[in-house]
Design a protein around this ligand. Structure first.
Ligand code: SF4
Ligand code: MG
Length: 342
C-alpha cells in the first residue's frame, strides 16, 4: 500500500521582486510510521521550505506549490487552511530550533501545553492541566506538577526545548517535523533530546522528519537519509549506506567536513569550497557542478548541461539512489581515498 507520508515531485516556488525563486524543485520521498527520515543540507537547500509546505505554513500569497503530498492518503497541498489547522497539532506537529519563539512568555508552560490539548480534544481545563503535567513528566522535566506553573523564562534552554516537544506531542501526532531542534543546545543536552525523541517514537510510533545541517546528528537519529542541494534531492538511502558508502560528491564533501563517525577525529575537516547556488538563476545541468571536484572527470561538459536523474547504483541497494553522472567505476576509483580514510 501507499506510504504513510508520500511526497511526489514537490515544487515550492516563491515570487520575489527579482523573479521566481525555485526553493524546492521536484522533490520526492516516502516515510513510514515509526521511522525517522533525516533531511540534511546547507542553509538555503530547501529543507525547511519543504517542511513548511507540508505543514501548510508557507506564505500562501507569494508561493506556488506543485506536486503531491499525501499524509495517510489525504492530499495536503490542496487542503483548506481550516483542514490544515485541524491536522496541525493533531495528526502532524512540529518543533523548531528556537523554543523561546514558539512559547509565549505571557503564559505558563502548563497553560500553553494544556491549551493545545484543549483546542484539539475539547478537554476540560482540569483534564488539560493533568495532561500537561503528564507530558512534562514524559519529557523528563523534574517535579512536573510544580514546574507546570512556571513561565518559559524560568526554564533552562534544554528544559524549554523539552517543553516544546511536550507541546508538539500532547495530541499524539503521527508525524513530527523537527527543524534543527537541537542546534542551539550544548552537546550533552542535544544528545538527551535526541534520545528522548527516539524513546517517544518507540512509545507512540511517530514518523519523524528531522531537519539538520549536521551529519553527526543524522548519524545518531535517522533511519533514512535524504541529502538536499539547491532545492533538489541529490542522494537518499538508509543511514548506514549513505554515510558509509556515499554515491554523490556533495554527500562525500559533507562527510569530509565532519569528524569520523566512530573513533577519533582522523579525517581533516574540509568544508566544501564555494557557495550554494542562486535559486533565482540555478546552474544548468547538475546544480552542484560549479563546486564539484569531479565534474571534469565526467567529460563532455555533461555536468553543466544535463540534469542527472536520481538513480540506484550498481553494487548498492535499490533504495540507495543518487543524482550524479559519475559511473560506478569512476566512483570506486575517485572515492577510494575517502573510504580508506574512514
Ligand atoms: Fe559532480 Fe557531475 Fe556528479 Fe554533479 S553530476 S555531482 S557535477 S560529477
Ligand atoms: Mg532552515
Amino acid at each position: 500500500g501507499a506510504a504513510f507520508l508520500s511526497v511526489r515531485d514537490l515544487k515550492v516556488h516563491f515570487s520575489t521582486e527579482d523573479g521566481v525563486v525555485r526553493a524546492v524543485d521536484g522533490l520526492s520521498f516516502e516515510l513510514e510510521r515509526g521511522r525517522t527520515l533525516g533531511i540534511v543540507g546547507e542553509s538555503g537547500s530547501g529543507k525547511s521550505v519543504t517542511n513548511l509546505a507540508i505543514l501548510g505554513l508557507h506564505d500562501r500569497g507569494r508561493t506556488a506549490l506543485d506536486g503531491e503530498v499525501l499524509l495517510d492518503g489525504k492530499e495536503l497541498l490542496t487542503a483548506t487552511e481550516r483542514e490544515l489547522e485541524r491536522l496541525r497539532g493533531n495528526k502532524m506537529s512540529m518543533i523548531f530550533q528556537d523554543a523561546l519563539a514558539s512559547l509565549s512568555p505571557y503564559h505558563t508552560v502548563g497553560a500553553q501545553i494544556g491549551e493545545t490539548y484543549r483546542k484539539h480534544t475539547g478537554a476540560s481545563r482540569r483534564e488539560a492541566r493533568a495532561r500537561a503535567v503528564e507530558m512534562l513528566r514524559r519529557v523528563g522535566i523534574p517535579q512536573p506538577d510544580v514546574r507546570v506553573d512556571d513561565y518559559p523564562h524560568q526554564f533552562s534552554g534544554g528544559m524549554r526545548q523539552r517543553a516544546m516537544i511536550a507541546m508538539a506531542l500532547v495530541c499524539d501526532p503521527e508525524l513530527l517535523i523537527a527543524d534543527e531542534p537541537t542546534t542551539a543546545l550544548d552537546v550533552t543536552v542535544q544528545a538527551q533530546i535526541m534520545d528522548l525523541l527516539r524513546d517517544l517514537q518507540q512509545e507512540f510510533g511517530t514518523a519523524i522528519i528531522f531537519i539538520t545541517h549536521d551529519l553527526g546528528v543524522i548519524s545518531r537519529i535517522a533511519d533514512d537519509v535524504l541529502v538536499m542541494y539547491g532545492g533538489r534531492c541529490v542522494e537518499k538511502g538508509g543511514r548506514a549506506e549513505v554515510l558509509r558508502a556515499p554515491l554523490h560528491p556533495y554527500t562525500l564533501g559533507l562527510l569530509g567536513s565532519m569528524p569520523s563517525l566512530d573513533g577519533p577525529v582522523d579525517v581533516p575537516l574540509s568544508p566544501i569550497p564555494g557557495t550554494p547556488p542562486s535559486l533565482l538563476t540555478p546552474p544548468q545541468g547538475c546544480r552542484f557542478h560549479p563546486r564539484c571536484a569531479f565534474a571534469e572527470k565526467v567529460g563532455g561538459g555533461l555536468c553543466g548541461s544535463n540534469r542527472p536523474l536520481l538513480e540506484p547504483s550498481e553494487g548498492h541497494s535499490e533504495r540507495h539512489a543518487a543524482a550524479c553522472h559519475l559511473t560506478p567505476e569512476q566512483r570506486r576509483e575517485y572515492f577510494a581515498d575517502y573510504a580508506a580514510a574512514r
